[in-house]
Design a protein around this ligand. Structure first.
Ligand code: BTN
Length: 251
């Protein structure tokens, strides 16, 4: 079913929302609007993406009408070192929105995958399109099933909670929560974000993981976040390494 934009726009008068029935990727549309000077808080969303972009060169499965696929243009003057913390903050914001809209409490896998019962139900992509940042958020909302290659790793809020969720309500909750976390970082810096992420994520400390750093594979036990929000990994040879990017999965 297409998203009903009018009630969402009415509840969020400070956000200009551009909604597409179908587009390649909302990231591309948002980047185009950002380059043309659109206002901070501008949102691009779509009922379907034909070329959804995931992290690390993956595609984002964007089934028509059942997911929430949005990109938000952020132009706030965040401190220069806030980027890793901001990545975590968007994950926390989406986690809060999902809880509000569905009652489902998600785990967070560094840097910002949302998981239910170990399966991914939402992913976030943060891109710098100087001077703006674009936060891309994909949530599996009402999917009833997934393609075979994703089925063992992915889930939706509907599959996890046993009921369909109104994407309109979830979108309002997501945008309000992202606004709250952006304000928190501007007012208090990223330290509260690191504290909240550490509380909310089972992956931050004491978790045996495999990290794929784009070719090189590291095994070890997670050992907290550093002051910027990067993940620390105690390798099996005893060395502590900082994970700057990469895919983290349970061993
Ligand atoms: C990930 O791989 O976990 C990040 C997925 C991000 C997907 C969202 S859907 C909305 C926005 N548009 C895209 O093409 N990608 C992001």
């Amino acid at each position: 079913m297409p998203l009903e934009l009018e009630p969402v726009q009415r509840r969020l008068p400070d956000h200009t929302i551009h909604w597409f029935a179908s587009t390649g990727s909302t990231m591309t549309e948002a980047a185009r609007l950002a380059a043309a000077g659109c206002a901070s808080g501008t949102v691009v969303g779509a009922d379907e993406q034909t070329a959804g972009i995931g992290r690390q060169g993956h595609l984002w499965h964007s089934e028509p009408g059942n997911g929430l696929y949005v990109s938000i243009v952020l132009r706030q003057q965040f401190p220069v070192d806030a980027f890793p913390g901001l990545t975590l903050a968007i994950g926390l914001a989406v986690r809060e929105a999902v809880l509000e809209a569905s009652g489902i409490q998600c785990d967070l896998r560094w840097p910002n995958d949302l998981l239910v019962d170990g399966r991914k139900c939402a992913g976030i992509l943060l891109r710098m399109e100087a001077p703006a940042l674009i936060a891309g958020i994909g949530i599996n909302v009402n999917h009833a099933a997934f393609p075979e290659d994703l089925a063992s790793r992915a889930t939706s809020l509907r599959l996890a909670g046993g009921r369909t969720i109104a994407r309109e309500d979830l979108l309002v909750q997501v945008l309000e929560a992202v606004d709250r976390y952006c304000r928190l970082i501007l007012e208090e810096g990223i330290q509260p974000v690191l504290r909240l992420f550490t509380q909310a994520s089972s992956y931050v400390s004491g978790r045996r993981v495999i990290v794929d750093e784009g070719g090189s594979i590291l095994n070890g036990t997670t050992a907290g976040l550093d002051a910027a929000g990067f993940l620390l990994l105690r390798r099996d040879n005893g060395k502590l390494v900082k994970i700057l990017a990469g895919g983290v999965r349970p061993e």
